[in-house]
Design a protein around this ligand. Structure first.
Ligand SMILES: *Cc1c(COP(=O)(O)O)cnc(C)c1O
Length: 467
């Protein structure tokens, strides 16, 4: 059985390497041809009674599954925000899966927990985050979550715990607590507020020409709510909004929250990675006011999904909000108070060893390599922005980091172009609304995107706009 594994794993590795070569040469479509039901139709309706050969299952993967995927690693993938991986990340996932450990407690896999503390500290230092976010020597620390959505959810739990002086654990939200975010915040904030039991998130208006959260409007809203007996528990600010990569002014929002005792969480899912480069450290301005901060390594750090890192400045609020201590999890290490049990930092109990992935990526690329990748993507986005700007009939709406947002002369033409591009197999852009108008977004960050592939993608977009 183990020899089988080594041989079939080698075949899988060869197939992936060939797949990456095909992606790099642009031979595969980004978007699959089949409509809804294509894959289901190709699969049996029941599981096999007797085990099948792994080689055959692998063959079927390439025959039935791969052709109906959207290829997020494809150079023509410009949709959403990138989810780029790398050989180091893939190898780490294989090794972690093979080791098959579960690090819910320090005692259930000591090295898994300690490696995670170390790589979260490495990354905090690499991003030049405040010292308070470090496991050592700080009172805070980082933890790997499955995504920015989970990060904001557990941050809200900590915020509610703090705002209610612990009462939230026993009495829930009692209809009194409020969570605030800019009207451009990712939809995951609204979802997290709903799950946390505070109902609708309060959307604060953003500035008309930047789409950044307006600190004065925020302060007014917090004070007005407090005046009628509501309790502002948390504000979620965004570094790099999804529609336009707007940057909320943390240096001004921070004091507004601090003066009022409100937990400030910063969602930097996409843009946060740019702070690896010293020239983008302006993103960190004001982070000393922040209670929690999250960045998706799985977006712009060549680390496969899922891998978000959440840091908190004071881990006590988080672990008090999330901790459970059933008799079946009691152990001497926990009782000693000398270890971190990451089950108290997340919603799930069990947890895979995702730290290995970040460790492999940080070591294999080095901070220098990750910075160069980000700079490469930003340069390509600048190239695309120039192409858009030079083209009659198009408007460059905004351009920030690796994101280019554009529209046509009229909304009608933008919407027509959006429909045509949705049927274009060689590239993927996603639509959004910005400054009240329909726009298209092109986010650069897939690993094989080059100046050539961007130039070609732009010719395709132009051609669709002319027909
Ligand atoms: C991508 C993104 C999210 C969602 O991240 P998940 O990891 O998929 O939960 C949230 N916020 C922002 C700003 C994002 O860019």
């Amino acid at each position: 059985m183990s020899e089988d594994f080594a041989a079939v794993a080698a075949t899988a590795a060869e197939r992936l390497a060939a797949h990456w070569r095909d992606l790099a040469t642009g031979e595969l479509p980004v978007v699959p041809p089949g409509g809804p039901g294509t894959t289901k139709k190709a699969l049996p309706t029941t599981a096999p009674e007797h085990g099948e050969d792994l080689t055959e299952i692998l063959n079927d993967t390439w025959h039935t599954i791969v052709p109906q995927l959207v290829h997020w690693q494809h150079p023509g993938f410009l949709g959403y925000y990138p989810t780029s991986n790398s050989p180091a990340s893939v190898l780490a996932e294989l090794v972690a899966a093979g080791l098959g450990v579960q690090g819910m407690l320090w005692s259930t896999s000591p090295a898994a927990t300690e490696l995670e503390q170390v790589v979260c500290d490495w990354l905090a230092r690499a991003l030049d985050l405040p010292e308070t976010f470090l496991h050592s020597p700080g009172r805070g620390g980082g933890v790997i979550q499955d995504g920015a959505s989970s990060a904001v959810l557990v941050a809200l739990a900590a915020a509610l715990h703090r705002a209610s002086h612990g009462r939230w654990r026993t009495h829930g939200t009692e209809g009194r607590y409020r969570v605030y975010a800019g009207d451009q915040a990712n939809s995951c904030v609204a979802k997290a507020a709903r799950i946390a039991g505070v109902g609708d998130v309060v959307h604060v208006p953003t500035a008309p020409h930047t789409h950044a959260l307006d600190p004065a409007a925020l302060a007014d809203r917090l004070d007005a709510d407090r005046a009628v007996g509501l309790v502002p528990a948390a504000v979620v600010a965004t570094l790099g909004t999804t529609a336009t990569c707007a940057i909320d002014p943390i240096a001004e929002i921070g004091p507004v929250c601090r003066e009022r005792g409100v937990w400030l969480h910063v969602d930097a899912a996409y843009a946060g990675s740019a702070a690896l480069c010293p020239e983008h450290r302006y993103l960190n301005r004001g982070l000393e006011h922040v209670a929690s901060y999250a960045v998706n390594a799985h977006k712009w750090m060549r680390t496969g999904t899922p891998c978000d890192v959440l840091w908190v400045a004071d881990r006590q609020a988080l672990t008090e909000a999330m901790s459970t201590a059933p008799a079946y999890l009691r152990n001497a290490a926990t009782d000693s108070g000398r270890v971190v049990d990451f089950k108290d930092w997340q919603t799930q109990l069990g947890r895979p060893m995702r730290a290995l992935k970040l460790w492999y990526v940080l070591r294999a690329h080095g901070l220098h390599g990750l910075r160069e990748a980000i700079r490469h993507d930003i340069a390509l986005a600048e190239h695309l922005a120039r192409l858009v700007d030079d083209e009659s009939g198009f408007h460059l709406v905004t351009h920030a980091l690796g994101l280019v947002v554009f529209r046509c002369d009229s909304d009608q033409r933008t919407l027509e172009l959006t429909t045509r591009l949705a049927a274009e197999p060689s590239l993927l852009c996603t639509p959004a609304t910005a400054y009240g108008r329909p726009v298209l977004r092109a986010a650069v960050g897939a690993p094989y995107t080059s100046k050539d592939t961007i130039t070609r993608a732009w010719s395709t977009i132009r051609a669709h706009a002319r027909t």
